[in-house]
Design a protein around this ligand. Structure first.
Ligand code: 1HE
Length: 259
């Protein structure tokens, strides 16, 4: 079922899976304001039955990042607002409560890499390459890369990546944590996304929600606060009906049937 579509983002609901496809292949899926708005509108109010999202791009590239044709028209104040708006929408993707799988191919550049880094499971195919070419464009990252990609790579490696504009390959990305999987082909990457979507959507919903909400935040906390927060999360999940079902299913040697 197609739930809604516009000319930059196709949204198709397939049971509990929402398939979001960026549909600007002629512009290498560059992230325009309209595309950001469309992503924000979906994650602000996802359909009730959706349990997981698969995000991909039409054509040969996941995303070439910030739409540079729009960038030139902004002054400092507008650029600040633009960056803060990207932060808001990337946070909605990361912390909205729905697991998001991104299927990567071709260019995953600049804002495209920022978008991918806001997703929870990243699956690449061999054509995938990663780049932060902001230095060559005379700009800086603004969609959360300093925090999210810095955390994946470490500031040291991210500085070198930005200064030199180097490209990391799909295999490099796997080694560095930019993706979690590299499949042998685009078709296999799609299949892997579908397989993992079915598996993750089948988890207890509260467990998924708490994983998404808590773990990245705990990473930012002092140790004592992190451990306390972990106990609160354990108290919430382990006293749920689904926890009882999960334990019963294990003891009865059957698959759990979560609500
Ligand atoms: C674009 C964009 C874009 C392509 N904004 N229009 N991002 C970049 O610096 C990456 C810039 N793009 C590229 O390096 C290349 O386009 C690709 C390696 C991704 C693909 O190369 P190719 O040879 O397949 O395509 P192309 O011929 O370069 O581009 C095809 C069309 O897409 C062309 O438009 P046309 O009207 O001339 O056909 C390009 O202008 C257009 N296009 N990429 C706008 N990015 C919040 S801060 C985030 C900061 C950043 O993201 S900086 C990184 C920006």
């Amino acid at each position: 079922m197609t739930n809604g579509a516009n000319d930059v983002l196709d949204v198709t609901i397939d049971g509990t899976v929402a398939r979001l496809t960026i549909t600007r292949p002629d512009k290498r899926n560059a992230v325009s304001d309209t595309l950001m708005d469309a992503l924000g509108a979906f994650f602000a109010n996802p359909p009730e039955d959706v349990r997981i999202v698969i995000l991909s791009g039409e054509g040969e590239h996941f995303s070439a990042g910030l739409d540079l044709s729009e960038h030139v028209a902004r002054d400092a104040a507008q650029t600040m607002r633009h960056s803060r708006n990207w932060h808001r929408i990337m946070d909605m993707i990361q912390f909205g409560g729905l697991p998001v799988i991104s299927v990567l191919k071709g260019a995953v550049i600049g804002g495209g890499l920022e978008l991918a880094a806001a997703t929870h499971i990243r699956i690449a195919d061999p054509s995938t390459f990663y780049q932060l070419p902001e230095g060559r464009r005379g700009i800086f990252v603004g969609g959360g890369a300093s925090v999210r990609i810095g955390k994946i790579l470490g500031a040291d490696r991210m500085i070198e990546m930005m200064l030199t504009g180097r490209k990391y390959t799909a295999e490099d990305g796997l080694r560095l944590g930019l993706s979690h999987y590299v499949c042998d082909s685009a078709a296999e990457a799609e299949a892997k996304a579908n397989e993992l979507a079915a598996k993750v959507a089948d988890n207890a919903q509260l467990s998924n929600y708490i994983m998404i909400q808590a773990l990245a935040r705990i990473e930012d906390m002092a140790k004592a606060d992190g451990l306390f927060t972990e106990s609160l999360c354990a108290a919430l999940t382990q006293t749920s009906d689904d926890a009882q079902e999960g334990l019963n299913a294990f003891l009865e040697k059957r698959a759990p049937n979560f609500k």
